[in-house]
Design a protein around this ligand. Structure first.
Ligand code: NAD
Length: 481
């Protein structure tokens, strides 16, 4: 049985209250670990440690090239322990171990990217209008960063925050989702092995409303970076107003995937499937709102149905499994309720829509890949983030109509469309109001490109060089000779 503790000021510690939490395997409901369940006081201790470490200047004033060297070392250790990390991630989330291996490779790449960027920004000399003066602009670390991440990509989302924050010279308090803390614990062990100065990397474990809320409210935290649901994001923004801390939010999505008549049919069907059933649809950028043009609609839906029914659902550790369980019993019941309600709104259930009958899966949080057709844009099942293996299909006639539908949402994270018409590519990519737009592809992201949402899908950007800038303050230094 894995035992997990918090890492505060360079020490592994239990919760002050002695409380613990059982971590559950979504495949069969078994207990896989027991970890410390921190509260506000534990979080406050971690914040104080990060504050003192930042104020000492030991890390922020370390030459950027040396900070980069240590982050490169962390990437090497992640690569060394890739298999262990991937297995922990799959045990904790239920996703296939193959997917977790890809995540670990991405994560090592993310640390390397920011390690390399750490010493690349030498500031800027600007043309001062004052005679005999010098004007320069430099970037400095923000300070203490609280980093709250979700359960769907536990270590990947944590790495998006951890790598740029450390590269820029900040100190951090990480708070993984309370239901998936295992890889964050392991990566903190690796950070300890690298030897970051005491208090630079801290890890707190526990409920969002306790340890997370303390991070959001504390006057000693200078920046809060949060990935999770919109409702929690709003709570965090309100809490952060107390000391006007900087807020970076990566929130939910309900992402349109638009298939025009002239799309490459087979490739588009394949990607329409992957866009939703990868990690059982528990992806902020899942292409859950499928919109298919009249001319190919019926053929497309029929092909989709056939391929959906062939998806192998099972244990993420078994070779051949294509889709694992949902994260928890609570989340399973939320997805189930959405699908049960959809026919009352006028949607037609074409396949799936229930828990699988296979007795081998009875103790896990499984839900069949589900296809709902005859959907319209105002339906709840189309507008709200279901975060499960569920596709809704809307039939459209014109480009103008589908762009209007696609944009008719409070979300603005990502969108994709499929066409071979270059003029349409130009028009539609400009008209879609989303942080990422894919053309003839879906769910592609890489560390070099910024990621984030329009509208209520968030504020700020992660990844790319902009992801590093988010962790810096800008200072103008003016000298009159
Ligand atoms: P969630 O909002 O329930 O929880 C996310 C994190 O916030 C957890 O660590 C939780 O403990 C913490 N938290 C909860 N209440 C808090 C509070 N009051 N104060 C501070 N912290 C609190 O989200 P979830 O269910 O873990 O994750 C799913 C959501 O994350 C989905 O909406 C998904 O779209 C979103 N997400 C977005 C992105 C993106 O890049 N935009 C990526 C992954 C997931």
């Amino acid at each position: 049985m894995i035992q997990g503790k918090m890492f505060i000021n360079g020490e592994w510690v239990s919760a002050l209250s002695g409380a613990e939490r059982k971590i559950i395997n979504p495949f069969d409901s078994s207990v896989i670990a027991v970890v410390a369940e921190g509260g506000r006081k534990d979080s406050a201790l971690a914040i104080t440690a990060a504050r003192q470490a930042f104020d000492s200047g030991e890390w922020s004033k370390t030459p950027a090239s040396e900070r980069g060297r240590m982050i490169f070392k962390l990437a090497d250790l992640i690569e060394r322990d890739r298999e262990e990390l991937a297995r922990l991630e799959s045990l904790d989330t239920g996703k296939t171990v193959e997917e977790s291996r890809w995540d670990m490779d991405d994560i090592a790449g993310i640390f390397r990217y920011y390690a390399g960027l750490a010493d690349k920004d030498g500031g800027e000399v600007i043309a001062s209008p004052v005679q005999n003066s010098t004007s320069i602009v430099v970037r400095e670390p923000v300070g203490v960063c609280g980093q709250i991440s979700p359960w769907n990509y536990p270590l990947l989302q944590a790495a998006w925050k951890m790598a740029p924050a450390l590269a820029a010279g900040n100190t951090i308090v990480m708070k993984p989702s309370e239901i998936t803390p295992l890889t964050a614990i392991k990566v903190t062990e690796l950070a300890e092995e690298v030897g970051f100065p005491k208090g630079v990397v801290n890890l707190v474990l526990g409920a969002g409303a306790e340890v997370g809320a303390e991070l959001a409210e504390s006057v000693d935290v200078d920046l809060i970076s949060f990935t999770g649901g919109i409702a929690t994001g709003k709570t965090i923004m309100r809490a952060a107003a107390g000391n006007v801390k900087k807020v970076a939010l990566e929130l939910g999505g309900k992402n349109p995937n638009i298939i025009f008549d002239d799309a490459d049919f087979n490739v588009a069907v394949d990607y329409a499937l992957n866009a939703v059933f990868f990690h059982a649809g528990q992806i902020c950028s899942a292409g859950a709102r499928l919109m298919v043009q009249d001319g190919i609609h019926d053929r497309f839906v029929e092909e989709l149905r056939k391929r959906i029914e062939a998806i192998v659902v099972g244990n993420g550790f078994d070779k051949g499994t294509q889709m694992g369980p949902l994260i928890s019993a609570e989340h399973l019941s939320k997805v189930e309720k959405y699908v049960e309600m959809a026919p009352s709104e006028g949607a037609k259930l074409l396949t799936g829509g229930k828990r699988p009958s296979d007795p081998a899966l009875k103790d896990g949080f499984f839900f069949e890949p589900t296809l709902l057709t005859e959907c319209t844009n105002e339906m709840k099942i189309v507008q709200e983030e279901v975060f499960g293996p569920v596709i809704t299909v809307e039939r459209f006639h014109t480009e103008e109509e589908v762009v209007r539908w696609a944009n008719d949402t409070v979300y603005g994270l990502s969108a994709g469309f499929w066409t071979r018409d270059p003029d349409r590519i130009e028009r539609v990519s400009k008209a879609l109001r989303f942080g990422t737009v894919w053309i003839n592809d879906f769910n592609v992201y890489f560390v070099q490109a910024p990621w984030g949402g329009y509208k209520q899908s968030g504020m700020g950007r992660e990844l790319g060089h902009i992801g590093l800038e988010e962790y810096t303050e800008v200072k103008h230094i003016f000298r009159n000779h």
